[in-house]
Design a protein around this ligand. Sequence first.
Ligand SMILES: NC(=O)c1ccc[n+]([C@@H]2O[C@H](COP(=O)([O-])OP(=O)(O)OC[C@H]3O[C@@H](n4cnc5c(N)ncnc54)[C@H](O)[C@@H]3O)[C@@H](O)[C@H]2O)c1
Ligand SMILES: O=c1ccn([C@@H]2O[C@H](COP(=O)(O)OP(=O)(O)O[C@H]3O[C@H](CO)[C@@H](O)[C@H](O)[C@H]3O)[C@@H](O)[C@H]2O)c(=O)[nH]1
Length: 432
Amino acid sequence: MKLAVIGTGYVGLVSGTGFSELGNDVICVDKIKEKIEQLNNNQIPIYEPGLEELVRKNREAGRLSFTTDLKAAVKASDLVFIAVGTPESPSGAADLSYVYGVAEEIGEALDHKYKVIVVKSTVPVGTSEEVERRILMKNPDANIDVCSVPEFLREGSAVHDTFHPDRIVIGARTEKAANLLVELHSPLTDKIITTDPRSSEMIKYASNAFLATKISFINEMANICDAYEADIQAVAKGMGLDHRIGPKFLNAGIGYGGSCFPKDVKALKHLAEEKNYHSKILQAVINVNDKQSDRMIEHFDDIFGDKVEGLTVGMLGLAFKPNTDDMREAPSLKIIPKLLERGVHVKAYDPIARDNAQSLLPQEVKIVGSLTEAIQDVDALFLVTEWEEFLSLSPAELKALMKQQVVIDGRNAFDRDALKQEGFIYRGIGRK
Ligand SMILES: NC(=O)c1ccc[n+]([C@@H]2O[C@H](COP(=O)([O-])OP(=O)(O)OC[C@H]3O[C@@H](n4cnc5c(N)ncnc54)[C@H](O)[C@@H]3O)[C@@H](O)[C@H]2O)c1
Ligand SMILES: O=c1ccn([C@@H]2O[C@H](COP(=O)(O)OP(=O)(O)O[C@H]3O[C@H](CO)[C@@H](O)[C@H](O)[C@H]3O)[C@@H](O)[C@H]2O)c(=O)[nH]1
């Protein structure tokens, strides 16, 4: 099939490349000229394991190309995917200006040939219908179906997730469009659900909200464990063995970050409020998450008391999770200012996100180029992102480098018992 994918970010680039790998002809479009130039030179503007090889292979096979010319891409395609950003607006609602901007441009590009327009961006219920309305406003004779096919990939494992999805959700209002989309996705999985666009849009928000709820729930349990000296790791294991609960997404820590959960939970809450439904659960999920990264600071203050000024903290990890360069809503951005405010010096290291982090952090933060430098002579280590590289260090190696033996583990990822045996003061989340 011939596809155009509008928006060549984390979602558009990965899913567009994935569709080309399946044998389709894909044109990826972005309005940022430099991004398209980079991609036309086989340079990948984001860090995503496995993506570079796949882009190169499919470009060379002539199935994948990159352009800023939206109109030409739309004209050449049978299916047009919208994968632009839907960031948080000041009210908490999803900002749909990019989606609607693209809809209008598509409207201007269409002729009378039948096309399926697919909203892949995460959008509020009813957006696909509004996209159709805006296209038809620009072009009343357009011969289109507008569908919703939300994306469920995770950053850091986006390529894997694209080829091994748990499910594909197709929201279509005609059988013709649904059949075309089932045909396109059937090489990926047989778990394809077809429904109406509104339910499909809601499935995406409800899924993210449920996962975020699981995280805030386990974080709240961890905070209670801290108060009673129980161990959240044991609690999560004991809970997760119940098949109705399941073991995944029960890692307590410093809260969820990233480009999706924070904004999507708020957007869903806002959506409900527009219909006068005030969600108590979503509000609680947000409240717990807003406070959770403070746990590291509380441990720090508890250990050092009022003698924190002039100490140096080595911060391991800046990205919102490992295997990505994405700094959007990263807990490190909340924790670092609180340390600086206390007169603490911060040295930070992240193997991939350090360039993206530089412009987002205050100048006083020293972003170093190696793990050893981040650990050398520090009074305390903060584990903020659980990159594998960090976990390979033995307690003896850490001890040899550090000034004082204090580890505050925001991800419960270090070996607590081994650190304690080496004489460290260790604090995790819910592991007192
Ligand atoms: N990042 C994820 O892991 C993920 C996963 C699932 C769903 N989503 C959703 O997918 C959508 C896209 O997310 P993302 O992380 O890929 O965003 P992104 O910011 O990485 O990429 C969006 C791209 O769209 C481009 N763009 C904006 N307006 C355009 C226009 N008029 N014409 C052409 N290009 C235009 C931007 O330049 C940018 O490159 C969002 O709705 C998000 O919530 C994201
Ligand atoms: O047990 C857990 C699992 C995750 N997290 C945190 O939750 C955030 C999100 O993690 P993850 O879901 O792995 O990353 P994303 O790339 O943000 O992916 C989520 O958001 C995407 C955008 O909508 C969806 O497509 C994915 O299905 C959904 O998992 C990160 O800060 C993690 O550190 C925890 O604290 N504890």
